[in-house]
Design a protein around this ligand. Structure first.
Ligand code: F6P
Length: 462
């Protein structure tokens, strides 16, 4: 990308500068984009996160650390239909293979199209001739096509942060063809892993009858060609590892170590979302204590789970279920001086998370399905190289493709989880170091800066 080419990033949510710190661990997008925009002039456009009575179409801009954000508010109806509705009650469950939770409502589908239309309308005047536009995630799939219909000829790329489901699941979406056809108006499409990319290409070939070249990722339909490739996202390695020297990280590490009193701390940090496999995780922990009752004195599990998308019913249900399951394990296994599961419904700063990850000798990352999962990478980045902890990772997280030296598990199987916990607890330091060294080189070398420059380099040459 040449020096004077501006970057215009578009995503549903825009992290306002003061709130950027903790975002990476609780949702990959914000942390990644912050790093992408830091060194470039340009603008980050999206929803302010505010809900108002009536959309005014007014843009609010702010420039901090060289990053300009331009945000709009959404009406209550838009939030209900576009964000809680189509994005998070239709696309999110479907793309995470949860057909059982996906809702198909005509009204929310229309709301999704309406908000994409109004994003395009508001954004159009902000785009200058030489700009490169980079659209993010499932909320905004049709945005590129909406911009094209307003005469935007710039290079436009799209990156999907979540999985792309197999064709047999995807075709359950009413008007699936219409949605995918809009994607072919982008110049470049990015997916987290080869697996999601393959599913997308399979769909284009079999359902749309597009001409697909697997080697180059080119998809041609109606005389137009777009390129689809895998770009696995990473963490901001330099920033995250620099947190080690902060007082906040050190205090958090000490706080966890002193409160666990010689028991091994095992940690999970996830948005409270059914895709993260939290009830299944607790079943696995329950199984471990059932099999090894004496080890309640060896292990304490800390689950940090900040609430998310609280207006969506499936998220309310998962919260209730988790409270019950954590309560059951603690009711059955607690002693007057110890509680085996600490279940915490709040978020922490990146510094504090760094300290917690370093203090915890086991990191438990067991989503049922996940586009990538940056918590797995942050956990590894925070480890002490001399005495590293063990990462237990779901084979269904996108990160598993790059992190084969983790203890890989099937998150649906309590026996598998229980066995993995025992393996991690008893793993000799030599084996921990060997696995850590292999994992840390991937996390350090495939970081968010490379992710950004690889995607933008390919978009630039389209
Ligand atoms: O990873 C997917 C994602 O939607 C990100 O785009 C976002 O940062 C995160 O999940 C949190 O979701 P929400 O913006 O709905 O709180």
């Amino acid at each position: 990308m040449s020096e004077d080419t501006r970057l215009v990033v578009v995503s549903n949510r825009v992290a306002v500068p003061k709130a950027r710190g903790a975002a990476g661990a609780q949702g990959g997008l914000a942390g990644a984009l912050n790093a992408a925009l830091k060194d470039r002039s340009g603008v980050w456009f999206g929803w302010s996160g505010e809900e108002v009575e009536e959309n005014s179409g007014e843009i609010s801009t702010q420039t901090t650390d060289g990053v300009t954000t331009a945000t709009i508010d959404l009406s209550k109806r838009d939030v209900d239909e576009y964000y809680n509705g189509y994005a998070n009650s239709t696309l999110w469950p479907l793309f995470h293979y949860r057909l059982d939770l996906a809702e198909y409502e005509r009204e929310t589908g229309k709301g999704y199209e309406r908000v994409n239309e109004s994003f395009a309308e508001t954004l159009r005047p902000l785009i200058e001739d030489e700009d490169i536009v980079w659209v993010h995630d499932y909320h905004l799939i049709p945005l590129g096509e909406r911009l094209r219909s307003r005469g935007v000829k710039n290079r436009i790329g799209f990156f999907l942060h979540i999985p792309w489901p197999p064709t047999r699941l995807f075709v359950s979406l009413p008007y699936h063809e219409r949605l995918v056809r809009t994607m072919l108006h982008y110049d470049l499409l990015g997916f987290q892993t080869q697996e999601w990319l393959d599913s997308f290409l399979h769909y284009c070939r079999t359902e749309l009858g597009a001409e697909v070249d697997d080697a180059s990722g080119s998809v041609t339909l109606d005389g137009r060609t777009t390129i689809a490739r895998a770009y696995p996202i990473g963490i901001d390695w330099d920033h995250f590892t620099s947190l080690r020297d902060t007082g906040e990280a050190r205090q958090a590490e000490q706080r966890l170590l002193s409160s666990t009193r010689r028991r091994t701390a095992m940690i999970g940090v996830d948005r409270l979302d059914y895709s993260k496999g939290l009830p299944e995780r607790l079943d696995g922990i329950g199984r471990f204590f059932d099999r090894n009752p004496e080890r309640v004195r060896d292990l304490v599990f800390i689950q940090v789970a900040p609430p998310s998308r609280e207006d969506v019913e499936s998220y309310q249900k998962i919260r209730t279920l988790l409270e019950q399951k954590a309560g059951q394990i603690n009711g059955a296994r607690s002693e007057v001086d110890l509680v085996p599961v600490r279940y915490v419904n709040r978020g922490y700063s990146h510094e504090q998370l760094y300290g917690f990850f370093r203090a915890a000798k086991i990191g438990l990352v067991t989503p049922l399905r996940d586009g990538m999962n940056l918590v797995a990478k942050e956990y590894i980045a925070a480890q002490d190289p001399e005495d590293p902890g063990v990462l237990i990772l779901s084979r269904f997280a996108g990160a598993a493709a790059q992190m084969q030296e983790a203890v890989l598990v099937n998150p649906h199987s309590p026996d598998d989880l229980s066995h993995a916990i025992a393996t991690a607890l008893d793993m000799p330091v030599e084996e921990r170091r060997r696995r850590y060294e292999a994992l840390v080189s991937t996390v350090r070398d495939d970081n968010v800066k490379d992710w950004t420059s690889n995607f933008l380099r390919d978009l630039d040459t389209r």
